[in-house]
Design a protein around this ligand. Structure first.
Ligand code: TPP
Ligand code: SF4
Length: 284
């Protein structure tokens, strides 16, 4: 266990290892699901940053991957399908002192939540978005998602959908995300390092994680042979990152873009009030 003194409480010499960031709730995921790797990497990254769990909120929508908040010892919010970024944005603006990490799947984030994805990139609120992309809707038993390959033949999409895949990194770059990277659940150390960089980079950080669904896409077990670690070299130059994406295989890993755009800061008088004041304004 990699134990590090907690930065938030140095005098008390609190030490926390990755397991201290996991809750006692046992994941209900299928054995071998890639999402286990994200819990492990997230816990490792939190330990490396010596975050205090009470200062972290993990926010999600709905899906197998969106169960993550229950498995962490930090605060968590398991919301509705496709609205994790809206909840995370509200939380971060109301409580800028918190480290907000939004998590979910490709269905949750790119399909029903696609509009929120665009505007989260554009708004550049200082938070991290981790998408566990398995190119399928796992929880609802294997429907095609926006990142499903057009020729993926299944009972629900015989002969494939024929639809072009959504390109999350291209969209994130075009709409203004301040940090863009791709990781793989089969490399927990590399993934933990990417999560740490994403959290530390100011503004909206987007981390696309290839996370195999061993039940509905068993062929994804081959991803471990297809990924290309450290393929991206980080740049703060948007045109350069865009040119690099033209030859992306979909399995290139690393930090594509680390920008310097200042994060969103609320303008004018502080709109956030004490919960009691807010309640009083809505009394009928
Ligand atoms: C408004 C609404 N529409 C549809 C659903 C059904 N639903 C639950 S999870 C899900 C897709 C999950 O896929 P993904 O986000 O890729 O996560 P995974 O389960 O693969 O991790 C859908 C369509 C829902 N819960 N709410
Ligand atoms: S159905 Fe797929 S995504 Fe869901 S827990 Fe099982 S392996 Fe993971």
């Amino acid at each position: 266990m990699n134990e590090i003194a907690c930065r938030a409480d140095p005098d008390a010499a609190v030490t926390r290892g990755p397991n201290d960031y996991k809750s006692d709730v046992k994941p209900v995921w299928c054995p071998g699901c890639g999402d286990f790797g994200v819990v492990n990497a997230l816990a490792k990254a939190m330990a490396r940053m010596a975050l205090d769990p009470k200062d972290v909120a993990v926010v999600s929508g709905i899906g197998c991957s969106s169960r993550i908040p229950a498995y962490m010892s930090s605060y968590g919010f398991h919301g509705v399908h496709g609205r994790a970024l809206a909840a995370g944005t509200g939380l971060k603006v109301a409580r800028p002192d918190l480290t907000v990490i939004v998590t979910g799947g490709d269905g949750d984030g790119y399909s029903i939540g696609g509009n929120h994805f665009l505007h989260a990139c554009r708004r550049n609120v200082d938070m991290t978005y981790i998408v566990m992309d398995n190119h399928v809707y796992g929880m609802t038993k294997g429907q095609a998602s926006p990142t499903t390959e057009p020729d993926w033949d299944s009972k629900l999409s015989p002969d494939g959908t024929g639809l072009r895949e959504f390109q999350p990194l291209v969209v994130a770059l075009a709409t203004g995300a301040n940090f863009i990277a791709r990781g793989f659940t089969g490399d927990p150390n590399g993934l933990a390092a990417l999560i740490e960089q994403a959290v530390r980079n100011p503004g909206f950080s987007f981390l696309e994680v290839l996370s195999p669904c061993v039940t509905f896409r068993p062929e994804q077990k081959e991803w471990k042979k297809m990924v290309r670690p450290d393929e991206f070299s980080p740049t703060a130059d948007v045109p350069r990152a865009a040119r690099r994406l033209l030859r992306d295989t979909g399995f290139d890993l690393g930090v594509l873009y680390a920008g310097e755009r200042p994060p969103y800061a609320p303008r004018g008088p502080r709109a956030v009030r004490a919960p009691a004041d807010l309640e009083a304004r809505f009394v009928l």
